[in-house]
Design a protein around this ligand. Structure first.
Ligand SMILES: [Fe+2]
Length: 420
């Protein structure tokens, strides 16, 4: 459920929320210091691997998942790092075709000729110049990739990394997916404008405000039992309330992610991550410490992405890593609590293109979103979480109901899944 905050009332709300949180555990500094020691040790481990040129982001292939060859140790490492690369989620040739088709769709419909193609205001504090993310949601390659059986297999695996049962009930169905229509990135070589500073999506100050959901998600941090904080506990995540804002994801995603359409690696303007699922938990406690003003949450801004800044979060920022070389058809996935950004400069020689596709399992919260999204799909409007730019309404070659497979229809909410 989104909620609205009065901008004039934000500071008093923060003051009150922080006072209550501190009262729940007056020893908040001891808890924070202990967690800092643990996080610092984790960052040292990451930095050592990174600087030695060793893999930090775990990697699997889709075939390993299909063949049941993923070990419990593999799963444990993915949970710890909060991210994973899944190689060959799609055939390389398929991804290359999609890349070609997505480019033709944008160009033949005049996307680049219409002015004002900036990222919406939500991202304005993060972007360092003119962006190259296209607010297009319904090209055939996007729809085909989202409903493809291969990515369904990948997402079943990813969803099952979460604790999705609570008090004898399923919080979500890990084997069923809801489509979350997002955009595409087409970043040209030499571009130095798209950089996104390290951030976390899905809410900023509301994590600390006393709202339904978030305080239960963070209850062990609040009580000082930081070791018990489990970023993969789904139970209360489907009850969080986000402040209404364009581009704040109002679905529950087990993982954010994208599919590579072109080869891209470090220095090609690609993704960077702090590969730890616990960083947001640490940032939560960070904002409660005595060196942060009573009306401030380490510069968190309502309705914007939550920034991870050198001023407040240097302990974890030092662990920022570029993801490994990706080939067309590979996918990268990161937990919604994982800090991520985009390299400032694309120093490579080819386009660095992706389709954003995350994992949003079937649950009550996501089912509601599908109703709004289906209406946008049918008329070619922007997806409901995003700025209503609606570029595609008159586009030729847009996907329509005929483009959906039986699985795609269920994922879009046009057909019911059997009982679950
Ligand atoms: Fe993001």
């Amino acid at each position: 459920m989104p909620f609205i905050v009065d901008p004039a009332n934000i500071k008093p709300m923060i003051v009150a929320a922080k006072a209550k949180l501190r009262a729940k555990n007056p020893d908040y500094t001891t808890a924070f210091n202990a967690m800092s020691n643990s996080i610092n040790a984790e960052m040292e481990e990451i930095i050592k691997l990174r600087d030695a040129g060793q893999a930090v982001v775990p990697e699997l292939s889709l075939q390993q998942i299909i063949d049941g060859e993923v070990t419990e140790a593999d799963r444990g490492l993915i949970r710890k790092r909060g991210c994973v690369v899944i190689r060959n989620t799609f055939d390389k040739s398929q991804a290359e075709r999609w890349n070609q088709q997505a480019g033709e769709y944008a160009e033949t419909n005049g996307f680049y000729e219409t002015p004002d193609k900036g990222l919406d205001k939500y991202f304005s504090a993060l972007q360092t110049g003119k962006p190259q993310i296209l607010s297009l949601y319904w090209s055939k390659p996007q729809v085909e990739a989202r409903q493809h059986e291969n990515i369904a297999r990948a997402r079943q695996f990813l969803n099952r990394l979460w604790d999705y049962e609570h008090e004898g009930k399923r919080v979500f169905n890990p084997d069923r997916e809801c489509t979350y229509a997002d955009r595409i990135r087409r970043r040209e070589p030499g571009d130095n404008s798209l950089g996104l500073k390290p951030h976390i999506d899905g809410g900023s100050i509301e994590r600390w405000l006393e709202t339904e959901g978030f305080h239960k998600v963070y209850r062990h941090l609040i009580s000082g039992h930081w070791q018990d904080f489990n970023p993969f506990e789904a139970a209360y995540r489907i009850h969080t309330q986000e402040i209404s804002s364009p581009a704040v994801c109002s679905m529950f995603r087990t993982f954010q992610g994208w599919t590579a359409l072109t080869p891209q690696g470090p220095n090609d303007g690609t993704l960077q991550l702090i590969p730890s699922a616990r960083v947001l938990g640490w940032m939560f406690l960070r904002a409660l410490q005595d060196d942060v003003a009573a009306d401030d949450l380490c510069d968190a801004i309502a309705g914007r992405a939550l920034q991870c800044t050198p001023e407040w979060h240097a302990d974890v920022l030092k662990g920022l890593c570029s993801i490994p070389q990706m080939e067309p058809g590979d996918t990268i996935w990161w937990h919604p609590d994982v800090v991520h950004g985009v390299e400032d400069e694309h120093q490579g020689t080819g386009y660095s293109n992706v389709i954003y596709i995350g994992a949003a399992p079937f649950c009550n919260k996501n089912e509601k979103y599908l109703v709004k999204q289906a209406e946008c799909f049918e008329r070619g409007g922007s997806a409901p979480d995003f700025a209503a730019e609606n570029y595609e309404v008159d586009y030729q070659g847009r996907a329509d109901l005929e483009s959906l497979t039986a699985l795609g229809r269920q994922q879009m909410g046009f057909d019911q899944w059997p009982d679950w």
